[in-house]
Design a protein around this ligand. Structure first.
Ligand code: NAP
Ligand code: ZN
Length: 353
């Protein structure tokens, strides 16, 4: 065991404070990583504030962070993929059972024994639960470590590890979206990456936003059109015209309004995970044989494919870089949909703690 600096919350209403945690020494297959940047996902906030208590209750102290980029400082004797000084990333998972049908099909995110980067039982026993990336270092099985494109801005690469793969995966799975009318609901961390990927794959991209002030940014990020979703007239004009809609909203909202935007056999995929159940109107689905589905991050192989694609296309997240000391303020801004378009924590700021 060794000690690492971190920022943790002690309870659902507690602020983040400086902390020291125990990490395991590198075992045979482990990679130890000095964390350089960590993105701030809305899932971090849901978890820190125990908003998903009915499905995944939070164990405290809680140290979120699953958009991790850093440099390898040490490798176990059996590690073959990485060496000291490599630039690497870690996303939402740090382990799985490696043997179930989902793992064998490169979908470790659906493994019943998967270990998430934070708030999952820690198989290694270094702590009751895993601790995430709001920390100076992390130790991870090499199979869950990703190789990064070296030429991109690292602060903007970090969010690819969750916001990137969570939007890339359902867009790729939908099929050939070239020329299709694709909607992205919510222009936040996930949403702005959804816009970039849908554009890169040739779709006609339309952003639904509740924030009129984001209209210009949406167009700059690659959207062809922007709909202010609170404007009934604008919504009406587009009813029944979409092939695919990606819903990234983090709070309760009227999903039927977006199902009504779909054309015949259109699909709405939910990636946003509001704490309260959404009300779905049967009529919004059965008229037009529409489908509603969900998607959870992506497997390790697909995440690597996404990172390589971003390297080729020069795709990164638009980030506001913050020191860790601003994390409480950042959460308040996330709740107000006020982030352009992902906070990325510069972990060098932890050194002075
Ligand atoms: P975020 O940066 O806070 O963005 C969410 C956006 O939703 C906001 O910027 C806002 O966009 C819109 N929004 C917020 N409240 C709304 C409301 N009441 N009605 C309509 N729109 C609203 O959050 P994020 O990090 O992108 O995460 C989004 C959700 O995805 C979270 O629930 C998160 O837990 C979940 N998530 C899921 C996965 C997965 O694997 N499925 C992975 C990561 C995150 P506008 O201002 O444009 O309206
Ligand atoms: Zn996330």
């Amino acid at each position: 065991m060794y000690q690492a600096k971190a920022y943790s919350v002690a309870g659902a209403t507690a602020p983040f404070t400086s902390d020291t945690i125990q990490r395991r020494e590198t075992t045979q297959r482990d990679v130890r990583i000095e964390i350089l940047f960590c993105g701030v996902c809305h899932s971090d906030l849901h978890t820190a504030r125990d908003q998903w208590s009915s499905v995944m209750p939070t164990t405290y102290p809680c140290i979120p962070g699953h958009e991790i980029v850093g440099r390898v400082t040490k490798v176990g004797a059996g590690v073959t993929k990485f060496k000291k000084d490599d630039l690497v990333g870690v996303g939402c998972m740090v382990d799985s059972d490696h043997t179930c049908p989902n793992c064998r099909a490169d979908m470790e995110q659906f493994c019943p024994g998967s270990t998430f980067t934070y708030n999952s039982p820690d198989k290694h026993g270094a702590a009751p639960v895993t601790y995430g990336g709001y920390s100076e270092s992390i130790v991870v099985d090499e199979q869950f470590v990703l190789r990064l494109p070296e030429h991109l801005d690292l602060a903007g690469v970090a969010p690819l590890l969750c916001a990137g793969i969570t939007t890339y995966s359902p867009i790729r799975r939908w099929g050939d979206i070239t020329g299709k009318k694709v909607g992205v609901v919510g222009l936040g961390g996930l949403g702005h990456m959804g816009v970039k990927f849908a554009k890169a794959f040739g779709a006609h991209v339309v952003v639904f936003t509740t924030s009129p002030s984001k209209k210009e940014d949406a167009l700059r990020l690659g959207a062809h059109e922007v709909i202010i979703s609170t404007n009934a007239e604008e919504m009406k004009q587009h009813a029944g015209t979409f092939n695919f809609i990606l819903d990234t909203v983090a709070a309760d909202h009227d999903i039927n309004a977006y199902l009504n935007m779909l054309g015949l056999e259109g699909n709405l995929t939910l990636v946003g995970a509001p704490e309260t159940p959404l009300q779905v109107s049967a009529f919004a689905l059965i008229f037009g044989r529409k489908s509603l589905s969900g998607s959870l991050i992506g497997g390790i192989k697909e995440t690597q494919e996404m990172l390589d694609f971003c390297g080729e296309q020069n795709i990164t997240s638009d980030v506001e870089v913050i020191p860790i000391q601003k994390i409480n303020e950042a959460y308040e801004r996330l709740l107000k949909s006020d982030v352009k378009y992902r906070f990325s924590i510069d972990m060098a700021s932890l050194k002075g703690e």
